[in-house]
Design a protein around this ligand. Structure first.
Ligand code: NAD
Length: 296
């Protein structure tokens, strides 16, 4: 299939590479010339604008930082909606707020196009391995139609409900993730201060009731999990600034329905403190630095 792919960052680049491997013909666009070059080397065609990437495409996939970027990429003069053929579906895999996803659904519909929100979980590792989970918001028929495209990039493709519900699932999941990471960091730092070996504590936690993804796969204490970003200087994972964005999405969404988000609000402040001291680009598990008294 001919696919226009826009946004070739930590997630988008490996996802696009997997679509090429699955035999699709990709036309790509990103603001980064380096990212475009990497995809061109793998066989993709470079487009000069999002409009050009969407022209002639049978599917358009976007993987961008936040809703503002998606809005620009879709509706600018040289945007996707200016180039896309009627009837073609837009799949947005960025993590954004559910209200914006619904707004983009309406924008697309007014242009004669379908839109699904299909945010992902699984991180950069899952993107590279093609094992992402996609949380799809859209009609049941749309969900069935996008499955063949998404299965080139992921393993679990889940229908969440109507447009926007994919983002609801993603935001709620990341609310848990942001909070559990802060909790594991707090406990690991406390254990260190009280004199237990961190590997022993991590091991106990991971066979006890404290076990969670933040402890057994992504433990924030260096050396406990060799493959975690904490064991490579908090590089190459899920950036603190992106987690801060997701905490903001969760607390804003909570406000919109007058729902308390006590833990989310506190975790948001912790990631904000990390960001303001200059650690926004580090993996979000670097939050443990706040507890270990390490300078930003
Ligand atoms: P990233 O910052 O690495 O990549 C974003 C890419 O979009 C960059 O290459 C940037 O140049 C490009 N871009 C920005 N504005 C653009 C524009 N106007 N036109 C074209 N390209 C533009 O981010 P990422 O880590 O790949 O994350 C992408 C999305 O996926 C985010 O919404 C994030 O929250 C979500 N996400 C990330 C992870 C993760 O582990 N990194 C996991 C799940 C979901």
């Amino acid at each position: 299939m001919k696919i226009g792919f826009i946004g070739l960052g930590h997630m988008g680049a490996p996802m696009a590479l997997n679509l090429i491997k699955a035999g699709h013909a990709l036309t790509v666009f990103d603001l980064s010339a380096e990212a475009m070059q990497m995809l061109a080397d793998a066989g993709a065609t470079r487009a000069a604008t999002p409009k050009a990437a969407a022209t002639g495409a049978e599917w358009v996939v976007t993987m961008l930082p936040a809703a503002a970027h998606v809005r620009t990429v879709l509706s600018a003069e040289d945007g996707v909606l200016a180039g896309i053929a009627k009837g073609v579906t837009i799949i947005d895999s960025s993590t954004i707020d559910p209200a914006s996803a619904r707004e983009f659904g309406k924008l697309a519909a007014a242009n004669g196009n379908a839109f699904v929100d299909a945010p992902v979980s699984g991180g950069t590792g899952g993107a590279a391995a093609g094992t992402l989970t996609f949380m799809v918001g859209g009609s049941a028929a749309l969900y069935e139609s996008v499955k063949p495209v998404l299965s080139g990039m992921g393993k679990n493709i889940v229908h969440c409900g109507e447009t926007g519900t994919g983002q609801v699932a993603k935001i709620c999941n990341n609310l848990v993730l942001g909070v559990t990471m802060a909790g594991v960091a707090e406990a690991m730092a406390l254990g260190e201060a009280l004199g237990i070996d961190s590997k022993v504590l991590g091991g106990i936690m991971n066979t006890s009731t404290g076990r969670c993804w933040s402890s057994d796969t992504y433990n924030p204490f260096p050396g406990v999990i060799e493959t975690a970003p904490s064991s490579r200087g908090y590089t190459g994972g899920f950036g603190t600034d992106l987690m801060l964005k997701d905490m903001g999405l969760a607390t804003d969404a909570a406000k919109s329905v007058r729902q308390p988000a006590y833990m989310g609000a506190l975790a948001q402040q912790l990631y904000q403190a990390m960001s303001s001291r200059g650690d926004g680009k580090l993996d979000f598990s670097a939050i443990i630095k706040l507890y270990r008294g390490e300078k930003g």
